[in-house]
Design a binder for this molecule. Structure first.
Ligand SMILES: *Cc1c(COP(=O)(O)O)cnc(C)c1O
Length: 355
């Protein structure tokens, strides 16, 4: 028995693994593997249509918002977003709340003027920037909703009239939000909605086409919209795994049903960590992520001892990010409450033994 706290690629529902395995052998009784069907055949076009529709239903999207399934990870959108949205004489506002936001800023600077309107770098990203102002002339404001590495998550959204672009890679579909308020949302699938190799983009089509820049076809969101994510061969299998995960989420009752479960899991872990002096959560309470819980111990020797014990007990992926140290447990949608209960038990026993 493994308890998978990996940060990404991360845990998916067992049902998804079973259905995906079956599709590799025989896709929907077609006598063909999902790996050998044409991407323009009805077999796959149905997959894309249903995946798009499922995302629209789950996120309650209006007709202004289009859903795309594209090659590559979230990192591609670090460049693709400014290419499509940053006017050649314009300016984009970015919030620097962690490692991924910093990378997004670096890429955007290749395409035009970037103003970093808020940063928590000085606090070691243990909290999120607040009380910043967004210049009304900005082409867009870029946010990272959940900082996967540092364990922070936006719980208070800025009020602004400029289009908000949000990297939701590690908390997409995990909590209820008014998704229609966003200009563009992007997420690599491998954290919370599928297998690696595909990213989902939700874009308000009215914000596109205003940069005055020539955009290579494969980088142009408008082209992908016009071609229904079939501009070229999409990552067929990865899109199918997304569909299976979206179906699973719908069967659970959608975001409204999974969100309280995510809260329960995170609260259980944070409450335990807050109670035990041996362990110290690193993030300011108001900014704590429900998806990635980060904590440290004062004694590095004990950290290693706890890690070894957790590994023995079947826990996977709780070692902190290579840049952050300590521990990180990722509690994505598909992680069962039982996994957190097992971890909490081990934390408590360990603290009793050492305390
Ligand atoms: C993992 C992650 C990325 C990078 O995703 P890739 O798909 O590997 O490019 C970007 N942003 C956030 C918030 C992430 O968690």
């Amino acid at each position: 028995m493994k308890y998978n706290f990996n940060s990404g690629p991360g845990v998916l529902p067992k049902q998804v693994f079973e259905e995906a395995s079956q599709a590799v052998l025989d896709f929907n009784g077609s006598g063909l593997s999902i790996l050998e069907i044409g991407h323009r055949t009805p077999l796959f076009v149905d997959v894309l249509d249903e995946a798009r529709a499922a995302a629209k239903t789950l996120m309650q999207l209006d007709d202004d918002h289009e859903v795309l399934f594209l090659h590559g990870g979230a990192t591609t959108h670090f460049m693709q977003v400014p290419m499509n949205l940053l006017g050649t004489n314009g300016m984009a506002a970015y919030v620097d709340g962690g490692t991924w936001g910093t990378k997004a800023i670096k890429e955007a600077q290749l395409f035009g003027r970037v103003e970093v309107v808020g940063s928590s770098a000085q606090q070691g990203y243990t909290c999120l920037p607040k009380d910043y102002t967004v210049p009304p002339e900005a082409s867009y404001l870029h946010l990272t909703s959940n900082n996967t590495i540092e364990g922070t998550q936006i719980h208070h959204w800025p009020q602004t009239d400029v289009p908000v672009v949000c990297d939701m890679s590690s908390d997409i579909l995990s909590r209820e939000l008014d998704f229609n308020r966003f200009g563009l949302i992007y997420a690599g699938a491998q954290k919370n909605m599928g297998a690696a190799g595909v990213s989902m983009v939700v874009v308000n089509k009215h914000i596109l086409g205003k940069t005055g820049r020539a955009i290579p076809t494969i980088m142009d969101y408008r082209q992908h919209i016009a071609n229904g994510s079939l501009l070229n061969t999409p990552p067929v299998f990865a899109v199918y795994v997304c569909l299976l995960t979206l179906r699973w989420l719908l069967q659970q009752g959608g975001i409204a049903a999974i969100a309280p479960q995510n809260e329960e899991k995170a609260n259980l872990l944070y409450d335990t960590l807050d109670t035990l002096p041996l362990f110290t959560p690193t993030v300011a309470k108001a900014d704590r992520s429900l998806m990635n819980v980060v904590w440290i111990m004062d004694n590095k020797m004990l950290e290693q001892e706890f890690l070894d014990l957790a590994t023995q007990e079947g826990m996977v992926g709780i070692q902190g990010h290579r840049t952050a140290g300590g521990f990180r447990a990722s509690l994505y949608n598909a992680l069962p409450l039982q996994s957190v209960q097992v971890l909490v038990q081990l934390l408590t026993h360990f603290a009793q033994k050492k305390g």
